[in-house]
Design a protein around this ligand. Structure first.
Ligand code: SF4
Length: 195
């Protein structure tokens, strides 16, 4: 099991319903294609990356270097993922820039923050820098940038969730069902799930 890593998407699946992890990893039953929650990252997003926010963040944050589309795999964290953009700052910290092909709805979806925190963990480990901030760029809201603070407790919570997921994978623990029955209505596992 040492080499098994999960992705931020797996964490979102887990948050949607812990049983997704059991069905995917313990029983090997893949999901059907479908969209159960709005974490759509369209191909179109990539077209924006080279054109938006060039000056804004650079001025605001004293950016000294940046890397784009960085794939990071950490066996220590048991996590892997591709970070849209990493900005390295003069104060020797780094920030995450995550693009969403979505509109800003005056409310930050928990899922977006969850992903950003995991990217922060990956970047911290790979580059040995402190990450305490991220930005979500909503490409369908004129590239509005939403600032996200990444606190120590956010990182600890993310690590705890990874532990919980690996408890299911390694020990084949059958998790409790989501408490939101509405989620079951269009769930791809509803026909095999013992509710
Ligand atoms: S049917 Fe409901 S409890 Fe079962 S996996 Fe789907 S969302 Fe979870």
């Amino acid at each position: 099991m040492n080499s098994v890593t999960i992705t931020p998407s797996d964490v979102l699946e887990y948050n949607f319903c812990p049983r997704f992890i059991y069905y995917m990893y313990c029983l090997g039953i893949s999901q059907h294609e479908g969209e159960r929650y709005k974490v759509v990252k369209g191909r179109e997003v990539h077209d924006y990356k080279s054109t938006v926010n060039k000056g804004y963040l650079r001025k605001k944050l004293e950016v000294i270097d940046k890397k784009i589309n960085v794939y990071i795999k950490s066996e220590k964290l048991r996590l892997r993922g591709e970070v849209d953009e990493i900005l390295f700052l003069k104060d020797e910290t780094a920030v995450i820039l995550d693009y969403k092909y979505a509109e800003y709805k005056e409310k930050l979806f928990t899922t977006y923050k969850t992903q950003i925190v995991q990217y922060a963990l990956l970047v911290q480990e790979k580059y040995d820098v402190f990450v305490n901030k991220g930005y979500i760029c909503f490409t369908r809201s004129d590239n509005y940038l939403h600032e996200v603070d990444i606190l120590l407790q956010d990182k600890q919570k993310a690590l705890d969730v990874i532990d919980e997921i690996f408890d299911i994978i390694v020990n084949e623990t059958y998790p409790k069902a989501t408490t939101s029955k509405a989620k079951c209505l269009d769930c791809c596992y509803r026909n095999i799930c013992v509710k």
